[in-house]
Write a new protein. Structure first.
Length: 77
């Protein structure tokens, strides 16, 4: 099995909720490293370097596109 590669890092557990939903919908396998630890103790994000999203190398471009769309398509009402 090929190792998953870190694509992005988040500081808090609430930041990954929408991304998880999109990745599940797109059927992209992923792993959030340190998710539970930081969810329990948000201050641990400093010690452990945040929540890392890891994906298969074949999915990196698609995930980067999803992340870019999340950052640029926000509309303030």
């Amino acid at each position: 099995m090929t190792e998953f590669i870190t694509v992005a890092t988040f500081n808090f557990a609430h930041e990954i909720i929408v991304l998880k939903t999109i990745l599940d919908h797109e059927e992209i396998p992923y792993l959030f490293q340190n998710e539970n630890l930081i969810g329990i103790n948000p201050l641990a994000t400093i010690a452990y370097g945040g929540i890392n999203i890891k994906v298969h190398p074949n999915d990196i471009e698609k995930v980067k596109e999803i992340l870019d769309n999340l950052n640029t398509n926000l509309e303030i009402v």
